[in-house]
Design a protein around this ligand. Sequence first.
Ligand SMILES: [Zn+2]
Length: 212
Amino acid sequence: MKFMHLSLASGFACLVAACSFGGPDFTTRGLIAPVAQCAVDPATLGDGDQLQPFEEANGCGIPNPWRMRSLSGVQLSQPATLNCGEIAAVDDWLNTTVQKAAAKDFGEPVVGIEVAASYACRPRNNVPGARLSEHGFGDAIDISGFTLADGRKVTVEHGWSGARDERAFLRTVRSKACGEFKTVLGPGSDAEHHNHFHLDIAHRKNDSTYCH
Ligand SMILES: [Zn+2]
């Protein structure tokens, strides 16, 4: 899976390697970096550690970074490094949308999510010359699946056109993410997003949303 290696490891590899020497070929023009002040303290939402704020020469960086291992009792398949505002949005989405949809469609709660990517210093869709991805600000998370209490795994890749309950669940959690997250992408958006949801809170012009 192409996006898997854009996760935490490459994020930090970027800190010491690629980004420091000339940097990748992308621009931050028109992008608004996240703020350090957040309404919700991530420590109250789940298991995680606060990290030191960091900034990379090419524009990547996180003003209030945390590395979260769980949110509201939902385990993350790998620790997610995100800015505090994105953490609060993911937690809220899990509580208000994901668990309700899981109860309705499966009759049981979600206990885990598959985190395909969090912080990563890279251009959008890894296209050289494209704008910086919101992953470079810690404002975006890629989620490729959900684990139910009975151990069943619901993946975006297979469930999107899979069993009826999985199709319903995935469509509900995706469509209701729009609003709280300003950009929501998934299967059908483009070839890059056939196997995961991209959820990011970055502000867009006129407070609009982009959910396709
Ligand atoms: Zn993404």
